[in-house]
Design a protein around this ligand. Structure first.
Ligand code: 6R9
Length: 650
């Protein structure tokens, strides 16, 4: 197989010498984590401060008749206290968050002591607004420190946050406010990204006119830009007016380890987005441990994860993991290529970043401008690089290694999912030789396996569907309000194991290569989008009779969105209509779901039982029309010729 010919980058001696785990330590710890998960995780739980230490460690079942996942179930703790209070004595004056604004002239440092005060003030404000333990709060915020403060303030009083990515539309917000039954939305007047203002408050206003959102009684608004917004007296409250008057002390609520910490919506292959439910003790233990080991985090390091807090990566690796470890975490408001294509390197120099965690799509965007794109920075402070969100093509890996890291910095390619809570498969910098394009080895406690389509577990070198055999502490416990869907999505494809939805290959060294989704989930610039969601946004337009969405290879985004549209009778296929349909998707979901290509399809290839054959549509979209495979089960094979003739991506 071709991947066997790629270079292997051995572990660097200087990294191994200081790393938390070298090769032998990784092997021994991994074995222990599998042989004695109770003992292993009981020890790891000690990295947190518990109000009541857990005595019951693992109580988990992947049996589809009884999927039930509990870790540390009799323990009590508070996540905010673990991220703030316990650091005050030793590092209260150290920087917790470095904030870098969209405008390079704007940045600030927030110490642990300041973050503690601000969190407590907001926690008191939330209480005054009637929010308490178990209530859900929706956050729709820019990448500003208040976003982290809001997450921590919820955690402090036991409220459950649901963060919505700031690029989502009013309809998407409404759907999630209703799903979580949030009494409160926290937002800002506007966010600023790449010099442009995004009307967050307007979007919330529009969302809250939708039926079902009456549950939301209050909107707390951070003044970020001072831009013009509508004000709803009796519902809207300025953040600064509410928060500044509050006391700086607020006791941390004692939470059971299995109390929910947050809900996070993500796309699946069918139906509406799912709100994954993450809980308290296991999640934080796992986020903190993975942050320490995978990034080989050491005291004093400046660490930067470029994700948005609206994604799980931002939850675990901007906020919870780093702050639980007392790290300095950089939070960046803008986009990595503004105002210059070299901005990411410039930020690294400005704040002396040691660890940089980003996404393949950003790397490919830099690559498109050539090596000189990084000439405006030295990046000499960097020690380690990481990637997440999608498979990294070896060319992008090599570029990241050679240009960004100047051949000095190991790259950790980290595979994991919203459902996982934290990194699952990744190299450890001091232990694992690197192979461009491979996420390599499982983290402690993670047992990956590969299944064929008959449900047989494959041994040795193999390719098939990736499953995880047993529970790990960071795992999502359920889908909010719909446990049956949780079971059917993840535990019914194969008996007794967690199904990831990803394809995977294991090579002769036991290294894992993730090949991408095996279901109808697209990965656009590292963002998950369900084809079903986009299709339903399309057919909501009166002109559309039917739509089929597939992904196709895209140089920068990894995958682009290709839509085949069948129009209603007597509808004229015009460029104007294409624009309208694009707007339709942006309105229903958000700009990240904008179609790249729309092809008019007089009809779609269907089996006699009426199933759209996406396999064929994917091939045509990728301009691979020679190997279409078997089309004999199609009701009308001539449909395919028509689509090939008018294909748009050639
Ligand atoms: C953390 C995050 C999860 C999906 C996952 C997979 C893809 C993520 C990857 C990767 C190959 C990697 N994915 N990291 N594929 N190599 N290092 O991205 O969560 O938004 O839920 O997406 O992303 O397909 O199933 P989420």
């Amino acid at each position: 197989m071709s991947e066997q010919h790629h270079d292997v980058y051995p572990v660097r001696d200087d990294i191994a010498a200081n790393a938390w785990a070298d090769k032998a330590e990784y092997a021994a710890m991994y074995q222990r984590s599998i042989d004695d998960p109770e003992g292993f995780w009981a020890e790891q739980a000690k990295r947190l401060d518990w109000i009541k230490a857990p005595t019951k460690i693992k109580n988990t079942s992947f049996d589809r008749d009884n999927v039930d996942i509990r870790w540390f179930e009799d323990g009590e703790l508070n996540v905010a206290a673990n991220c703030l209070d316990r650091h005050l004595e030793i590092r209260g004056g150290d920087t917790a968050i470095i904030w870098e604004g969209d405008d390079p002239a704007e940045s600030c440092h927030i110490t642990y002591a300041e973050l503690y005060d601000r969190t407590n003030q907001l926690a008191n404000a939330l209480k005054e607004m009637g929010i308490g333990k178990g209530d859900t709060v929706t956050l729709y915020m820019p990448m500003i420190p208040e976003a982290a403060v809001a997450m921590l303030a919820c955690a402090r009083i036991g409220a459950v946050h649901s963060v919505i990515f700031g690029g989502f539309s009013p309809d998407a917000i409404a759907q999630r406010v209703i799903g979580a039954q949030s009494k409160l939305v926290i937002t800002a007047d506007e966010s600023v990204r790449g010099g442009k203002h995004v009307p967050l408050k307007d979007n919330v206003d529009a969302a809250l006119t939708r039926e079902g959102t009456e549950v939301c009684e209050e909107v707390l608004v951070v003044k970020r830009t001072g831009g013009d917004i509508d004000w709803h007296e009796g519902r809207d409250v300025w953040y600064h007016e509410m928060v500044d008057k509050q006391a700086m002390a607020c006791p941390a609520e004692a939470m059971n380890a299995e109390d929910p910490l947050f809900i996070l919506y993500t796309s699946g292959s069918t139906g509406a987005p799912k709100g994954l439910k993450h809980t308290t003790g296991g999640y934080l233990t796992y986020a903190a441990m993975t942050h320490q080991y995978v990034f080989d985090y050491h005291e004093g390091d400046v660490y930067w994860c470029t994700a948005d807090v609206g994604w799980v990566t931002g939850h675990s690796y901007i906020v919870y993991g780093p702050l639980a470890n007392g790290a300095t975490t950089l939070m960046f408001e803008g986009v990595p290529t503004y105002p210059t294509h070299g901005r990411m390197g410039e930020i690294v120099d400005k704040h002396k970043v040691n660890i940089l965690y980003t996404a393949p799509t950003a790397i490919r965007a830099f690559m498109a401008h050539g090596d000189s794109v990084m000439d405006s920075s030295s990046r000499d402070s960097l020690r380690l690089l990481g990637t997440v969100g999608e498979p990294i093509n070896p060319e992008a890996w090599e570029w990241f290694y050679r240009v960004m890291g100047k051949k000095r910095c190991p790259i950790v390619d980290t595979w994991w999912q919203t459902e996982n809570g934290g990194i699952m498969i990744a190299p450890l910098p001091g232990a694992t030789p690197l192979k461009p394009g491979s996420a390599t080895k499982p983290f402690f406690g993670v047992q990956p396996a590969i299944m064929d389509s008959e449900g047989q577990q494959l041994e040795g070198e193999a390719e098939g569907n990736l499953v995880i055999l047993d529970s790990w502490p960071g795992q999502a416990r359920s889908i909010w309000g719909d446990h049956a869907r949780f079971v059917s999505t993840y535990f019914s494809t194969y008996d007794g194991v967690y199904f990831t939805g990803d394809g995977c290959r294991r090579d002769a060294d036991g290294d894992y290569w993730i090949t991408g989704r095996v279901d109808d989930v697209l990965n656009i610039s590292g963002h998950r989008m369900g084809t079903a969601e986009i299709e339903s946004a399309m057919v909501a337009h009166a002109a559309v009779a039917e739509a089929a969405v597939v992904g196709y290879p895209h140089d920068i985004k990894g995958q682009g969105i290709y839509i085949y549209v069948t129009l209603g009778d007597d509808v004229e296929p015009t460029d104007e209509l294409k624009k309208e349909l694009t707007q339709q998707v942006r309105k229903e979901i958000g700009p990240i779901a904008s179609p790249d290509i729309i092809q008019w399809a007089p009809s779609l290839p269907k089996t006699r039982s009426g199933k759209i054959m996406r396999r064929i549509l994917r091939k045509i979209a990728a301009n691979e029309c020679d190997g279409l495979g078997d089309t004999s089960t199609l009701a009308d094979p001539s449909v395919v010729d028509e689509l090939i003739e008018h294909r748009v991506n050639r």
